[in-house]
Write a protein that binds this ligand. Structure first.
Ligand SMILES: C[S@@+](CC[C@H](N)C(=O)[O-])C[C@H]1O[C@@H](n2cnc3c(N)ncnc32)[C@H](O)[C@@H]1O
Ligand code: SF4
Ligand code: SF4
Length: 361
């Protein structure tokens, strides 16, 4: 009972009045939080967060991205989610509190991204919609559409503070275009007195860009973005996961301490625990303290409608609970494959090799 009251007040603090307007959403949110902690194999609640991949096609070739391992899965198909499939998926997922348009490709390449976003606002009233993008297509026209849309959060992955470093981590020369796009969006939001989308910049720490962590934070502050989306090491399952030797980590640790002092003196808050507990980076390789609850609260839907356990597994060729275009969400969410995956993830033998090295989405 006490736990329910605590969770209700947590929901209210984060999502405000919708706590009173949508009781069924709130009660599912509470149940999902509780189940994510207990991790039963069969789940009664629906996930609070769902990531939907509009496409797995991409215009960049980032050296650390999971896509770099696709050679291991020769059958992978590439494409764009169809409107009728999107509508079926949206009708199936009921009302998650957050929906993220993100997956194993570049979200903004989907020509119907804004139509799809609008559809979400018509079907799932309280859902908060975010888009994760590499920002390469962010120009004035895109910025205006974003401001007019119901997309409330935009994560722009930059991984650099200079064009030279950008090319090394992301493979192509888009840095200045992306910075201009972000400036345009910030400026237009101001002109139109629009609060949304709130903008977060993301940075995956690599050998090639670790010297720019501090400059990246300075850049974010100078661009007047709202927050830092992600600041973390590449996932250990990624092609770059192996770079993290002791001396790299020691070096990153020192840079994070320096960056923290800078943030404190500038009163800029970053919602990233490694900024405030940089020693966590040393836990990354040995998975110390990692507890995976993602297949309970945070699954991924691929462009073909496959429900995968998490965003680290955005390809159904690696693992899928089932297809929610062909079946109902309820059937897939508790399919034999889903139940087996959840049971095994708690055991000494994880369901797939990727989980052995994982540190979460
Ligand atoms: C797969 S991308 C898709 C969206 C878009 N293309 C982008 O780059 O933002 C989503 C997020 O995952 C991050 N990502 C990709 N591969 C990763 C990895 N191996 N480890 C950690 N984050 C990764 C990207 O930096 C990006 O912020
Ligand atoms: S991180 Fe994003 S932009 Fe880079 S290759 Fe992966 S999907 Fe494409
Ligand atoms: S790959 Fe990682 S996040 Fe995904 S289910 Fe396995 S342990 Fe969890």
């Amino acid at each position: 009972m006490l736990d329910n009251v605590r969770l209700f007040s947590q929901y209210y603090k984060t999502y405000g009045l919708s706590a009173f307007l949508y009781p069924d959403v709130v009660s599912n949110w509470i149940l999902n939080k509780r189940e994510a902690k207990k991790r039963p194999a069969f789940v009664k609640s629906r996930p609070n967060i769902i990531q939907i991949e509009l496409t797995n096609v991409c215009n960049l070739c980032c050296k650390y991205c999971y896509r770099g391992r696709l050679d291991e899965f020769p059958g992978v198909k590439f494409g764009y989610m169809k409107e009728k499939d999107f509508k079926k998926i949206v009708s199936e997922i009921k009302t998650p509190v957050s929906i993220g348009f993100v997956g194993g490709g570049e979200t903004m390449l989907h020509p119907q991204m804004f139509e799809f976003a609008k559809h979400i606002s018509q079907i799932h009233k309280p859902s908060i919609l975010s888009v994760t993008t590499n920002g390469t297509l962010l120009d004035e026209s895109m910025a205006l559409k974003l401001i007019d849309s119901n997309i409330s959060k935009l994560y722009v992955t930059i991984d650099a503070a200079s064009p030279e470093t950008y090319i090394k981590s992301r493979g192509r020369d888009y840095f200045n275009k992306i910075i201009k796009g972000v400036q345009t969006l910030v400026e237009l939001k101001k002109q139109k007195a629009s609060k949304t989308p709130i903008i977060g910049l993301s940075f995956i720490i690599l050998e090639e860009n670790k010297h720019e962590i501090l400059d990246f934070l300075k850049l974010a502050i100078s661009l007047k973005v709202d927050f830092i989306g992600t600041l973390r090491l590449p996932h250990p399952v990624s092609p770059e996961g192996a770079f993290m030797n002791k001396s790299s980590l020691d070096d990153i640790y020192k840079k994070l301490i320096e960056a923290r002092k800078y943030l404190e003196s500038n009163n800029f808050w970053v919602k990233e625990s490694i900024m405030y507990n940089p020693e966590q980076i040393f836990d990354f390789q040995n998975r110390k303290g990692y507890f995976c609850s993602t297949p309970w609260e945070f699954p991924q839907v691929t462009w073909e409608g496959e429900l995968t356990p998490c965003c680290v597994i955005p390809f159904s060729e690696i693992y899928s609970f089932g297809n929610i275009i062909k079946s109902s969400f309820g059937e897939v969410w508790n399919s034999a494959k889903a139940v087996d995956f959840r049971r095994k993830i708690k055991s000494a033998t994880p369901p797939i090799n990727w989980c052995k090295k994982c540190m979460g989405c």
